[in-house]
Design a binder for this molecule. Sequence first.
Ligand code: PLP
Length: 298
Amino acid sequence: MTTTSPAAPAPVLLLVPGATGAPADGGAPFHLADATVPQLSVTDLVATRGDGVFETIGAFDGEPVNVGPHLARLSRSAAQIELPAPDQAVLAEAVDAAIAAHQPVAELSVRVMLTRGIEGSGVPTCWIHARVSDDWSPFRAGMRVAVLDRGLSTTVTGTSPWLLPGAKTLSYAVNMAAVREAKRRGAADVLFLSSDGFVLEGPTSTLLVRRGEEFLTTPVSAGVLPGTSVKSLFTWLQQDGVTARDELMTAADVAGSDGAWLLSSTRLAAPITHLDEAELPVDPELTARFQTVLKGQA
Ligand code: PLP
């Protein structure tokens, strides 16, 4: 599902040369490049090995949301694969420049990509790509979700850190394969299950569950990505004195809850209408308030 048609505004590409330091020639720390012509080398290690990390930042009416937390997470992901990360202030400036260079639209998706670079060069590749977001409105209205086994235990962070739990790497082929499996099962998205029986996260989203007046999410220690969206919502809920906290939950806990959502920076809050065959309550008014918070417009 995409709104990018030939008539849609062209995406904007910013390249960050010598990604982890000042450009060797003392030139600008980033420059605009033509997003419609090839820019990436076939020997870049992200092309040959999926060796890199990334972030996707939502920008609403031209304003990017949670830039600091996204760039801090990029640094953490980069550290997990022993890749030096570029200066966050330079990247933040580049994100603003990419948005400013794009035609104004309601919803932009800004990707910050960092790879191990061309094989043998030792120089990371970094670029920022701003494009019109997909049309997420059907998901924001509610979606069916399939529970799929991820095959990893909630102890993965301690036992097997080389599996990169909680890192946002550019090896998302498994995540995309899971979404295709969900579609074969008549669902729109996935909730991953650990091998020890707990719900984790979606392939591109964080789980939020309502139980009475409490809101719950999966602990990051279980090997999920620390979501910027869930952090924003928790801060907003806690300001109103609402309890929002981590808890390991089973699929039955979610199926029997008072509502559940998958959260992410560009799709925002997508309510789960069915978890496999179990129907969940949906609260459109609360969901609409979540969208406002996640757009940074509360
Ligand atoms: N979990 C995974 C695996 C993701 O890929 C994402 C975002 O793409 C999220 C959670 C949600 O993170 P955020 O709310 O920071 O967009």
